[in-house]
Design a protein around this ligand. Structure first.
Ligand code: ADP
Ligand code: MG
Length: 598
């Protein structure tokens, strides 16, 4: 007996709906994307009971003819793809031609549409994917799609819907991230209780940020802009002074499409790494633009994930863009001042302390003993960390453009407990922990000057073999030059094994196998290893820590001023490498409160 049969058109639409239409938010998303693709400049969204009762999207886009409208409900019916090549060159939000068919199959849907210039429009009524009626109607140009009683014919799925406010929350989030990406389009969202969002057209992204996150946040935004010949990143990020405890403020887009992308997200947070405490997040809007053929958007039914042809390049550019923006430290103060190099004495101190420590522990030699690598940059010359990245810069902006002189501009009042420097700033007191500050200066200096240049390796008594997956092996092999600059000696050993004969001396006691395996899997996933970068940071932090003389010490006025200057020139930002702050601000307003003046 024959057991296999072809599913009916309607049943296969319902199955597709399982992937595309998860909840009311997915309906909103698909319909709004259609409105955007139709060239609308105004999109109004009305939601009843979190979308369980009604989702209604009205746009003023191109509209559809009667014939197109009839076709639009067919599965695989789209006006956005012509041939197979187009699939790898997507410039529209939609392209799969299944949203309307899927949504219609699990709801009662009415579409009203009129092409601009057409004499009359069309109204189409469907129920569970069956067309019930099609008739002419007098309408303005554009399209209205009403989706009623979602999942009325699939009670099992209806049960999964959450409360009205949860569903409304998802919809509102979607409208926010879409409105941020399309400032030229007016969006409104109405729910059971009235207006939820109302974004007028013609605004800028900053204006939308102001509406959403407040004037204060919008006023602090730092502009991100960086480009390669075929990849561009732009957008806004907040300075490290804005710290959010969730990642909900990360808005990442690829060619206008909001994505949850691990590569971009990881790279962005890495750009922030030494600027923000672990577990804290900024508010960030980053727009990546690239040739549509360099990114596959057809890897997820709801199109919320993408796959880059060159994820390493995306990672590097994103991290670099964020890092450069933060390095300019625009938020610290507006007075520009010639940035002075590290004073010779202090530079020597760090260098000596570092090599003393290394001599002690028998590991690194910062006096330049490691011969395999090129000359060190002259001290005080401040080579940028970014130069160590495999990215060619195409713009001509100067590295230290906009570098601030925040700390030098403070007025030194004195010292407390032989540990803290008390200063007067523009709007209050600034207390500096001298030990944390010196440590931070040492870290920044080492980081900018010594990246990948002085890592002495230590031979293992017994070389170790490490076995990884085939993909990891490829990633590891590709990055071997970078890895060996840190002091690892690793060679391919046939198959997916590697033989490790030396490691950075300072990592001595750690498990070689774990580090290599971690690095391999990170490299594989991200294109650039987090394990690798943090191993480097760890080493530098340890050196920095040992380069600083501990304990209390009375400082002269001149020494204190000198420390402030060094804090500026070494690029110190509000947190020291261990996440402990190097300085604390006490605002006048706060003092007034304590004195009960306010
Ligand atoms: P896709 O967006 O992947 O093409 P859909 O099922 O979402 O597939 O839509 C099918 C077609 O219906 C679209 O290609 C478009 O031609 C037409 N369409 C849908 N919504 C609108 C709209 N709001 N305005 C104009 N045309 C629309
Ligand atoms: Mg669509």
């Amino acid at each position: 007996m024959q057991k296999i049969k072809i599913l009916s058109e309607n049943l296969s639409n319902m199955i597709a709906a399982g992937e595309v239409v998860e909840r009311p938010f997915s309906v909103v998303k698909e319909l709004v994307e259609n409105s955007i693709d139709a060239g609308s400049s105004r999109i109004d969204i009305l939601i009843k009971e979190g979308g369980k009762r009604l989702v209604r999207i009205a746009d003023n886009g191109s509209g559809m003819s009667r014939d197109d409208m009839l076709l639009s409900l067919e599965r695989h019916a789209t006006s956005k793809l012509g041939c197979a090549d187009d699939l790898f060159n997507i410039t529209t939000m939609g392209f799969r031609g299944e949203a309307l068919a899927s949504i219609a199959s699990v709801s009662k849907m009415t579409i009203y549409s009129k092409e601009h210039g057409a004499v009359e429009g069309t109204e189409l009524i469907s129920e569970a994917g069956e067309i019930r009626d099609v008739r002419s109607a007098g309408l303005p140009g554009g399209t209205i799609v009403e989706v009623k009683n979602l999942f009325f014919n699939t009670p099992a799925r209806k049960k999964f819907l959450k409360t009205t406010s949860t569903e409304m929350g998802h919809i509102s989030d979607y409208v926010v991230r879409t409105a941020l990406a399309f400032p030229a389009i007016a969006f409104s969202l109405h729910g059971d209780k009235g207006v939820v969002h109302d974004f007028p057209s013609g605004g800028s992204i900053e204006e939308r940020v102001k509406l959403l996150f407040g004037r204060e946040t919008a006023g602090q935004l730092l502009v991100v802009e960086e480009e390669l010949p075929d990849l561009r990143i732009s957008g806004f990020i907040t300075p490290p002074t804005v710290q959010r405890s969730s990642a909900s403020g990360l808005y990442l887009y690829v060619n206008g499409r909001f994505v949850r992308d691990k590569v971009m997200r990881h790279a962005m947070l890495q750009g922030y790494e030494s600027f923000i405490m672990k577990g804290k997040y900024p508010l960030a809007l980053l727009f990546l633009e690239m040739d549509p053929s360099a990114v596959d958007v057809n890897v997820h039914p709801a199109k919320s994930e993408v796959k880059f042809r060159d994820s390493t390049q995306v990672h590097d550019l994103t991290r670099l863009a964020v890092y450069r923006t933060l390095q300019k430290r625009q938020w610290l103060g507006s007075e520009e001042k010639e940035s002075e190099g590290l004073t010779q004495n202090r530079a020597e101190d760090i260098k000596n302390a570092a090599s003393d420590y290394m001599a002690e522990s028998g590991s690194l030699d910062l006096r330049g003993g490691h011969t395999a690598h090129e000359e060190s940059p002259a001290y005080g010359q401040k080579p940028s960390r970014a130069d160590a990245l495999p990215i060619k810069r195409v713009d001509t902006k100067r590295e230290d453009e906009g570098s601030a002189s925040y700390f030098s501009s403070l007025n030194v009042i004195g010292q407390a407990g032989e540990m803290y420097i008390i200063c007067e700033g523009r709007d209050g007191l600034v207390l500096i922990d001298q030990h944390a500050a010196y440590e931070r200066i040492a870290f920044e200096t080492l980081k900018s000057g010594y990246v990948g240049k002085y890592f002495k390796s230590q031979n293992l008594l017994m070389p170790e073999t490490v076995e990884v997956t085939p993909k990891e092996a490829a990633a590891l092999e590709e990055n071997l030059p970078d890895i060996s600059r840190l002091g690892f000696e690793i060679e391919p050993f046939g198959g997916n094994s590697f033989i490790v004969s030396a490691v950075p001396a300072i990592l001595g006691t750690r498990s070689v196998k774990t580090i290599i395996a971690d690095m391999a899997s990170e490299l594989c996933e991200m294109g650039r290893s987090k394990a690798f970068a943090s191993a480097l940071d760890d080493i530098l932090k340890r050196i920095a820590c040992h380069s600083v003389v501990r304990g209390c010490r009375r400082m002269s006025h001149g020494e204190m001023r000198d420390l402030l200057r060094q804090m500026d020139s070494s690029g110190i930002v509000p947190h020291c490498p261990h996440g402990r702050p190097a300085h604390i601000d006490i605002k006048i307003a706060e003092i007034e409160k304590r004195f009960e003046r306010a």
